[in-house]
Design a protein. Sequence first.
Length: 301
Amino acid sequence: MFIPLISSGRTQRLGRRKGGGGGGKGGGGGGKSGGSSGKGSGSGSTAGRAPISVKTPSGSDGSARPYGFGSSKTTSIGAGLLFAGRPVGGGTRSSIFGTRQYGSGYPGLAGAGVRGRGFPFFFWPVAFGAAAGAGESHGLNTSEYGNPDNSSRPGGALFEAPFQSPDGANTYRVLADNATVQALITAVTGNCTLRTTTITAVPFNDSDPNQPKPEQVIQYYRASSVALTLDGYNDTSVFSSDDNAPDMPLPANLNATFLDCLNQTIGAAAPLIDSATLSHAQIPGILALALLALHWLNLSS
C-alpha cells in the first residue's frame, strides 16, 4: 500500500525486510480500504508539534521536535561518554522510514541488527529483551542498549501505546522511548480516526505476552528506534539468519486507509533532534581539551 511521504510528492510503502536502509521497498499485504477515511493525511494537523525534552549524551537537557527536519550534521560522541566515538546525527525526515527488518532505517546502511552502530537520529534502537526469544543470535536482543526500562535512553525508558482501527477489528502498537510515544499519541489522535482517542502509554514489559514482540513488527522508523506492531501478526522470518527471507504477508482484511494514516503520521511526526541538541554530544570532549590546555599553561608558567 502506498503512503505519501509527509507533504512531498514522494510515496512510501510499508517496507519488507530486504534492503535494510532508509525507505521501505514494498508492501507486505494490501488490505482492503474499508472503514473510515480518517481525519487527515498525517501531516496536515498541528497536533503535537511542541518540542519534547530529551537527554543528550553529556547528560544535559536537549530537545527534539515532532514534524521537525532533523539534523544533516554529523559529529562523534565525546570521550568519556556512553558510546564514545560513535557517530551521531545526519538523519533527516526524508530518511526516517525503515522496513520490517530490525536494523533498518539507518541511512546508507543495510543488513539486520544494530550492534556497534551509530545514532543517525540520536535515539537508541528499541530493545526487545526477553521478548526477542530465539532472535538473540540475529541481533534482536542485545545488552548493548540495556533493558527496555533503561532510563538512560535519550527519550526515557521504552513505552508502548495501542491504537485500534475504527471498527475495533485490529490493534496496532507503537513501541519507542517514552517521550516519542507521548508525542505520537498526540499526533495520531489528532490525525487519524480511532476506535477510541483515550490512549494510555504503558512501560514496555518484555515478559508480558500481550505487549509488542519482534515478530509482530510491520514497520521500523528512525533507525529502528520506533516500531509499529500489529497484534496477531506473526512474521517468523525475523528469526531467520537470511536477511532476504520473505516476510509473512499482512492480513488481507486490514483497513488500509487507517493503516496508511497511522504509518504516515508516525513517519511525519516522530520527533527528530535539532542541531543545537546534537552539539551537546561532544561537550565533555571539548571540556577535556580545555582542561588539557589549561594544564599545559600552568606547567609553562
